[in-house]
Design a protein. Structure first.
Length: 344
């Protein structure tokens, strides 16, 4: 009863002006945010949810926190020229912070004009020997194995890491199981590159790439703490998917962007531009930039493919005989040229 009496006596005009203004701003922002989230959900539904998103509410708030513009700003900062006199000390401090082995670096530290050049550095010849596996794969990157396994059915969802999943068809743009040969299986492996890892990507085997696809998307973190809690991170993030064949059938290599890592480059396609200002995300109706290579790109094991300008994730999805066996497991650390798996 007392509450009702107090409510009857309440007059909005008696509230201090500053509190009223704060209330108007808070309610306005809340309404605007709800409207934007509803429009985001509506957009995904209208375009047919091509990425197979299962948690649009969570994804919306991740977009608010880790917007694409933030990654562009971070990229612009890493392109700023570092004075020659400061390069050795700054890059040396970064090496200490991230555990980078400077004895592997090909050039002196003062040769790298900005942070992007340092993080996408080349290594000295011979520091990453390529294992000889005629019927297997070597690691295309230095990184941690997040997950590996078999994709056994059409329209499958597989684990990013233990606990959360993403749509394979939404990730690649097609379903590899539909095109698998009889008695073959589709295998996959997710490799995470930390900031201190070597950031270039190499060929995992003797292969031929005939097609490249650029999916404009989000730039959400790909750390394990997020991947194991939130579905669909890999299938909505910006990525470049290279598709072709190796000796046992299909081969797809996907370079996935992440927070502050929107720049992906290919050594054989200098026209590729990622994280562009006016691009619309694929899952919100944006087009996939697709390129057919009239002369297929043929690469030997360990050959240069491309890289990131900061750490991120590489995913291999490929066709293999049923007796293909992994030499690594989730949690293992892999280095370029190390055996990942082979046909038994």
């Amino acid at each position: 009863m007392k509450a009702l009496k107090a409510l009857r006596r309440f007059r909005w005009s008696d509230v201090p002006k500053r509190k009223r203004q704060l209330t108007y701003i808070t309610v306005g922002l809340g309404c605007a945010t709800l409207t934007m989230e509803n429009k985001f959900r509506e957009c995904i539904d209208i375009v047919g949810n091509p990425a197979g998103i299962t948690t649009p509410h969570t994804l919306f708030w991740l977009r608010v926190v880790f917007g694409r513009m933030r990654s562009r700003w971070a990229g612009a900062l890493t392109e700023v020229r570092v004075p020659v006199a400061l390069r050795s000390s700054i890059y040396g401090s970064l090496a200490w912070l991230y555990g980078i082995d400077l004895t592997e670096v090909r050039y002196p530290l003062d040769a790298y004009t900005n942070f992007q050049e340092f993080f996408s550095r080349r290594l000295r010849e011979g520091v990453r020997p390529i294992a000889d596996v005629p019927h297997g794969l070597v690691s295309p990157v230095d990184g941690q194995v997040m997950k590996c396994g078999i994709i056994s059915e059409k329209n499958a969802r597989v684990e990013q890491v233990k606990g959360a999943t993403y749509s394979v068809k939404g990730f690649l743009g097609y379903d590899p199981v539909e095109f698998a040969k009889p008695h073959s299986v589709i295998q996959y492996i997710v490799l995470y590159l930390g900031p201190g890892d070597y950031h270039r990507i190499h060929s995992p085997c003797q292969l031929t790439f005939s097609k490249g696809r650029h999916f404009c998307g989000e730039l959400l973190p790909v750390r394990s703490w997020l991947l194991e809690r939130i579905n669909d991170v890999l299938s909505v993030n910006e990525r470049v998917v290279l598709s072709g064949e190796w000796q046992f059938g299909q081969m797809n290599l996907a370079a996935v962007g992440a927070a502050n890592v929107g720049n992906i480059f290919l050594d054989f396609d200098t026209k590729l531009k990622t994280n562009r200002l006016r691009d619309i995300a694929f899952h919100c109706g944006g087009d996939i930039s697709q390129k057919l290579y009239p002369e297929p790109i043929q690469l030997r094991p360990g050959a240069d493919v491309g890289g990131f300008l900061l750490g991120s994730t590489v995913v291999l999805i490929f066709e293999a005989p049923a007796n293909f066996q992994w030499n690594v497991a989730a949690g293992d650390t892999a280095r370029v040229g190390q055996v990942l798996g082979r046909v038994a």
